[in-house]
Design a protein around this ligand. Structure first.
Ligand code: UD1
Length: 392
């Protein structure tokens, strides 16, 4: 009897289960699933773990990036890292058993990425990791552990920058498994340009054309979980806002913390940009966020992907961390790693506004065609494992 999970797959098509869980995953998977759907050789399935579940954190991204609804949603929701990881594994396992994919493809470095990779490899299913090899060398970052574990079990490792290849080689990975293909986040950025260029976010926020403003994001546990650390960031942002207005789309976990410690807004939070001050706004969708960054004078962030988007858009970026796993954004881009000291944040921000860095052009292979390269490798891999039968 066939299982209710079992998809109808054209005979000979390569069954790929694609996993997404959190915001940055949605951006990365969009061009990949699109590229797979263009080729009859692939039968892609999309599984959402449900790690991110709010309209603003999940469905809005599916709409903005024109991703079809997932075939399965594991609805794991929030929880400790152990719980989230365990629930993804527990709920994904029977689906993999029923679908029997040729490969599981995971992207990025969130808990869902690592959990799905382990589940697949334990079932003897090949794993492809897109955005492999990035290392911050800071093991206190949950994402660093997720990267190391995922790369250790993956069969195919797709890297976005040379550092990724170098890190994997140093860790003893067979070079034949490493493919330098470029960056699918940039495919998404370029592929949706015509949409985000029409975003109405400027009108919504009351940003007049030509107004200088900065965009701020902050959500890393190391930056927001300790009240003292968060208060010191808020002090820096409040001072900087006397020089340039700041738009701060606030991640749900950070809003809670800002509210509970009455940090940041000295008056009621503004959801429109004022000439001096911080506009604390709800998390933005992909198109509105990219549009906002594209015309900003400065980005301040602790995100990984935003360092890459700012680099591609030629917008100066100051990263509020001690390390980056994306060094190409510093060597070839507009990014500087400045840590969390309030005096340094102010000094670097004012310096950058007065002397914006030159734009060196995109890093190698960030050309909007990474997904095509990846599906070509997947196809070759599938052919090598199951060569087409010769006619008798
Ligand atoms: C996760 C990723 C991080 C990524 C970020 C992008 C891990 C370890 N972290 O961090 O690498 O940069 O996503 O946004 O996988 N919450 C909601 N609604 C949601 C989702 C989350 O309110 O839709 C709140 C909950 O209070 C939850 C908290 O945010 O406990 C944290 O969510 P979680 O998925 O655990 O981690 P992020 O901080 O979002």
């Amino acid at each position: 009897m066939s299982s209710p999970f079992e998809p109808v797959v054209p005979s000979g098509a390569m069954r790929i289960v694609n996993i997404v869980g959190a915001r940055p995953n949605f951006v990365k998977i969009a061009p990949l699933v699109r590229a797979m759907k263009r080729r009859p050789e692939f039968a892609p399935t999309l599984i959402h773990t449900g790690q991110h579940y709010d309209q603003a954190m999940s469905q809005q991204f599916f709409q903005d990036l024109e991703i079809s609804p997932p075939d399965f949603n594991l609805q794991v929701g929030s929880g400790s890292h152990a719980l989230q990881t365990a629930q993804v594994m527990q709920r994904l396992d029977p689906i993999l058993d029923a679908v029997r994919p040729d490969m599981v493809l995971v992207v990025g470095d969130v808990n869902s990425t690592m959990a799905a990779a382990i589940t697949a490899v334990k079932r003897g299913i090949a794993v492809a990791h897109v955005e492999a090899g990035l290392r911050s060398f800071d093991r206190s970052m949950p994402e660093e552990i997720n990267r190391i574990v995922t790369d250790a079990v993956a069969d195919l490792l797709f890297v976005t920058e040379e550092s990724g290849r170098a890190n994997l080689m140093r860790e003893g990975v067979d070079p034949a498994r490493i493919h330098f293909v470029g960056n699918v986040m940039i495919d998404a950025l370029e592929g949706s340009r015509r949409h985000w260029e029409k975003s109405l976010i400027f009108k919504k926020l009351g940003v007049e054309p030509g107004t200088a403003y900065a965009v701020l994001t902050l959500h890393r546990p190391s930056n927001v979980d300790d009240p003292g650390v968060l208060a010191s960031f808020c002090e820096a942002f409040d001072t900087l806002a006397h020089h340039i207005p700041i738009v701060f789309p606030v991640h749900p976990r950070v809003r809670e913390r800002l509210t509970s410690q009455r940090c940041g807004p000295t008056t009621e939070p503004q959801d429109r940009l004022q000439s001096k001050g911080i506009a604390y706004v709800d998390p933005l969708g992909y198109l509105d966020f990219v549009a906002l960054v594209s015309r900003a004078s400065l980005v301040l962030t602790d995100s990984g992907g935003i360092q890459e988007e700012a680099t591609m858009l030629g917008v100066p970026c100051l990263t509020l961390r001690e390390t980056t796993e994306r060094p190409v954004t510093v060597s070839h881009g507009t990014n500087r790693i400045i840590g969390g000291d309030p005096a340094r944040i102010l000094e670097e921000a004012l310096h950058t506004l007065a002397h914006p860095p030159g734009h060196t052009g995109p890093p190698p292979l960030w050309d909007g065609h990474a997904a095509e390269r990846i599906v070509a490798v997947l196809e070759a891999h599938g052919r090598a494992k199951h060569p087409p039968r010769r006619p008798d």
